[in-house]
Write a protein that binds this ligand. Structure first.
Ligand code: MF3
Ligand code: CO
Ligand code: CO
Length: 251
């Protein structure tokens, strides 16, 4: 069942969404060649605590850190580490989720480190475009599958692939709630959107022609592309309003 949030709950989701957006903006200038992903993690943890919030990923189903950092061929759920140093030409997705006053806000962006090849820059740009194409479909009375349909229509032109094993999700008191949000077109998402629904849109786009991914046997978390191609992702938490959509994780 998809939860319809009350006015009071929506106000709290606005607050936590804003904090998540501020956190991502705060860490962005530190995403530079030579820094470790653990350093980014620790900065985020500190900022979150100072703002009276909690890092939702920490201990979530045993996840060991406060944020996810996913470099190059890592699709999602990369674990920050002292030994993982950002290099010139890398792309890295930083995914932050904060818990404030009982509610979650979830957002991510892929950042460029130094000189990134033009074709990889294009992947990142187009992945962000795809996120907004999807979000722009959202309005009360429309079907949720319009989100995936718009993303697929846009992305298919480039020969990229849309990851299928992970999707967006309802969000609120729980980190992950119903509905599941596919980023490709499927009638499984034949859910009518109603004002007060809150969910994420977070397409993961692989540069290669395969959407197949694998999870690390070693750490149980890190998801990589099977073909080794690079993967980008952007994420927002959004609210269905009476008139359309409101991005809660935008500054
Ligand atoms: N932030 C991710 C999402 O967008 C989920 C991370 S789960 C974790 O849904 F355990 F890896 F943190
Ligand atoms: Co996220
Ligand atoms: Co999410």
């Amino acid at each position: 069942m998809v939860i319809i949030k009350t006015k009071e709950e929506i106000e709290k989701m606005r607050k936590v969404g804003k904090l998540a957006a501020q956190l991502l903006k705060y860490v962005e200038p530190f995403v530079k060649e030579g820094v470790s992903t653990l350093y980014l993690n620790d900065l985020c943890e500190e900022y979150t605590q100072k703002n009276g919030a909690v890092s939702a990923p920490l201990n979530y189903h045993g996840f060991p850190k406060s944020i996810c950092t996913s470099i190059n061929n890592v699709v999602c759920h990369g674990i920050p580490s002292e030994d993982e140093i950002l290099r010139d030409g890398d792309i890295v997705n930083v995914d932050v989720t904060v818990l404030l006053d009982g509610f979650h806000g979830d957002t991510s962006a892929t950042f460029l480190v130094g000189n990134v090849p033009e074709e990889v820059k294009n992947l990142v740009l187009r992945t962000e475009n795809a996120l907004y194409r999807g979000i722009n479909e959202i309005a009360p009375g429309k079907y949720l599958y319009e989100v995936g349909r718009a993303i697929e229509k846009y992305i298919s032109k480039f020969g990229y692939s849309i990851v299928r094993d992970y999707g967006g999700h309802g969000i609120g008191r729980d980190f992950h709630e119903e509905p599941y949000v596919h980023h490709h077109y499927t009638r499984e998402d034949a859910i009518r959107l109603r004002p007060g629904m809150i969910f994420t849109v977070e397409p993961m786009i692989n540069m290669g022609n395969s959407y197949e991914v694998a999870t690390s046997a070693e750490d149980g978390w890190t998801v990589t592309t099977r073909d080794g191609s690079r993967s980008a992702q952007f994420e927002h938490t959004v609210l269905v309003t009476d008139r359309g959509v409101e991005i809660l994780t935008k500054l």
